[in-house]
Design a protein. Structure first.
Length: 275
């Protein structure tokens, strides 16, 4: 059951945002909140970027321009902070794409905040002209992962939908794990590929790892299809399949240029940090 304190917090968020509706659910009860359109004050238009998975599953989302402000290049700013989704799912087309004309009220993206999926709408007729939202960079990733220096093996990470994240790492050729593996024919070790996929899933645990350290607990059904070498960019697509207490289970696949190189079922435990 949704308690009164939580309900009041959501009502406050709704009142102080440009959102018109919000739906809360704890799996048993569902509460729909709505405020009259006449009282809505919408923030300026969001600039959004859509993630793409290696096999062309996720397209690109962008910025809505109000018709009377196209020349000024104003953006749509999300009224709340949260995780950005350009499309309803990885297999769906994005809500908008560059060059597309939109009408007032059209959904341009979704922002997930406080476990609610909030549609962000265009406030006026306009044209999508630019993509501004970006994936997390290493500085942002380090706020989630404890890995540092040569053991930080993910360079970007982004959400594709509520349960799927994508991350990437480009192999430079001077990494420690290539020294001696193999002379004259450097190949990324399989265990490192699994580590890269595990770290790429960091977005999925972003709101859960505070004061915790993620530890591998299991790697199952690991398969290596193609070698990963210097100059290759491993793009990992990681899907959270289930969770049980402190344990999280992820289906991971790693691609180079759209070709599957590694796949595995991974599990993690979030262990509270102790002094």
């Amino acid at each position: 059951m949704i308690d009164i304190a939580t309900l009041k917090e959501y009502i406050k968020v709704l009142e102080n945002s440009s959102l018109q509706t919000m739906e809360l659910s704890d799996g048993t009860d569902t509460i729909h909140l709505e405020k009259p359109c006449a009282g809505v004050t919408v923030a300026q238009p969001v600039a959004v970027a859509a993630p793409t998975v290696p096999e062309g599953d996720a397209p690109t989302a962008a910025v809505s321009q109000p018709k009377d402000a196209e020349a000024a290049g104003k953006t749509i700013n999300a009224p709340i902070v949260g995780v950005f989704y350009a499309a309803p799912s990885p297999d769906s087309n994005p809500y908008v794409s560059v060059g597309q004309r939109v009408s007032k009220g059209d959904t341009v993206c979704i922002i997930e905040a406080m476990k609610c999926m909030n549609e962000i709408q265009a406030e006026a007729d306009g044209v999508i002209t630019a993509v501004l939202a970006k994936a997390m960079n290493q500085e942002e990733i380090m706020k989630i992962l404890p890995h540092r220096d040569n053991m930080l093996l993910v360079e970007t990470s982004e959400m594709l939908d509520e349960n799927t994240a994508k991350g990437s790492y480009t192999v430079r050729g001077d990494e420690f794990f290539l020294q001696g593996h193999f002379p004259g024919n450097p190949v990324v070790p399989g265990v490192i590929l699994c580590e890269m996929m595990g770290q790429a899933s960091c977005c999925l645990l972003a709101d859960k790892v505070s004061d915790c350290t993620p530890y591998f607990t299991k790697m199952d059904k690991v398969k290596f299809k193609n070698p990963v070498k210097p100059g290759d960019t491993l793009e990992s697509v990681c899907t959270l399949t289930k969770s049980r207490g402190a344990f999280y289970f992820i289906d991971a696949k790693g691609y180079v240029d759209g070709k599957l190189c590694v796949s595995a079922e991974l599990s993690f435990a979030l262990v509270p940090n102790t002094d």
